[in-house]
Design a protein around this ligand. Structure first.
Ligand code: PEP
Ligand code: MN
Length: 383
């Protein structure tokens, strides 16, 4: 629970930031007409302050649409002048940075495929040295929070203090309903380590499909995220990239209207007293929960010793099946979510196996076992 990180952030910028902070626009700039028409419709939506459009697209396959390049920056300059929206693009190298700054782009973001590469991030950071521009950093494709934080540290060390993070989900080999797994625990951990860093969610790239965007956006707000980056296109079906996940500006307007943005401030007066009573009860229950888990682990340890004496395997599949079935039945009866209880018991079971394998592999009359990996024992076994 350590790993505190220090970033030097511009507090003035954070305080003045619109709440919630909404960035919207097409995945890619495609034509002047598409950019301008989409921007006009988005400018009419209350709450949207920044217009996004990809100019150079990092595509998985080379046959895919790779963006219009520099000409799109001229269209964005028109968007700014005509609508008053600020404009944002993705930058992945020094050339992108110079072009963006030359054309007066207001906000930059680093894409998920760039955040994974410390060389690329360092190149962008070096190109930004001495420039005061807001930069939002998407999480890396893989679920590595240190890589995400490292990218922000590189920018911060180059003098970027208007810094924010974008949660866009994580790539998985298995196909799931979402294009990218949200892994909400990761942005939550980022918030714990960097409580002052603005954090917004990109439900478009998590979902991959329009129909999931509303739910994901609400979850992001419920988890105290500060805003959203959402893809919106005047004609999503015809979009040259990410067609299935873009929203019509009218649908984006409807979505933003229906979302409940919950205040991140602490409650006052009676509300505060209520929260404190509830939190004390939760603290008490958590204390009990850990005590129970500790007692359970001690029993597991004793069983491990018994199995060792009797030369039995650690894993007893029948017992594990029955246990899980029994606990799931109880979960159903008391109204606990079955998937949650299954996952919970899988974690507990893995821990039990670890405790018992330490017992099994310990020298005779060895020390009591904690479930931590016991290097000495592993060495004595192979040595
Ligand atoms: C994008 O924003 O269009 C994009 C390519 O996103 P990501 O970097 O999250 O994949
Ligand atoms: Mn996209």
């Amino acid at each position: 629970m350590n790993k505190q990180v220090q970033l030097r952030l511009n507090t003035d910028w954070m305080e003045k930031m619109q709440q919630p902070f909404i960035i919207a626009g097409p995945c890619s700039a495609e034509t002047e007409e598409q950019v301008l028409q989409t921007a006009r419709e988005i400018a009419a939506i209350p709450g949207v302050t920044v217009f996004r459009a990809g100019i150079w697209k990092p595509r998985t396959r080379p046959k895919d649409f790779a963006g219009v390049g520099q000409i799109g920056l001229q269209w964005l300059r028109t968007v700014k002048a005509e609508t008053g929206l600020k404009v944002a693009i993705e930058v992945a190298n020094a050339h992108h940075v110079y072009e963006a700054l030359k054309f007066g782009v207001d906000v930059l973001w680093i894409g998920a495929r760039t955040t994974v590469s410390p060389f690329a991030v360092q190149e962008v950071a070096d190109a930004l040295r001495g420039v005061d521009v807001p930069v939002w950093v998407k999480n890396p494709i893989n679920p590595d929070i240190d890589l995400w934080i490292g990218a922000m540290e590189r920018l911060n060390q180059a003098g970027i203090t208007r810094l924010g993070a974008i949660h866009r989900g994580f790539s998985t080999y298995e196909k799931t309903v979402y294009r990218n797994a949200p892994r909400w625990e990761i942005p939550i951990e980022l918030k714990r380590r960097l409580p002052d860093l603005p954090l917004i969610c990109d439900p478009s790239h998590i979902s991959g499909k329009r129909e999931f965007i509303a739910d994901l956006s609400q979850t992001a707000f419920d988890l105290a995220m500060d805003g959203l980056m959402i893809e919106s296109h005047m004609n999503p079906e015809q979009a040259l990239s990410d067609a299935a996940q873009q929203l019509l500006p009218a649908d984006l307007a409807g979505l933003l209207e229906q979302l409940a943005f919950r205040s991140n401030r602490s409650a006052e007066g009676e509300g505060q007293a209520f929260l404190e009573v509830m939190r004390r009860q939760i603290d008490f229950l958590d204390h009990e929960l850990l005590e129970v888990l500790s007692r359970r682990s001690k029993l597991v340890d004793r069983i491990g010793r018994f199995k060792k004496r009797n030369n039995m395997t650690i894993l007893q599949v029948r017992r594990w099946e029955q246990l899980l079935e029994n606990r799931l039945e109880q979960a159903r009866q008391i109204g606990l979510d079955e998937a949650f209880v299954r996952q919970f018991y899988q974690t507990i079971h893995q821990y039990s196996i670890r405790i018992q394998s330490n017992v099994m592999n310990a020298p005779e009359n060895g020390p009591a076992h904690t479930g931590k990996t016991n290097r000495k024992n592993v060495q004595s076994k192979v040595g």
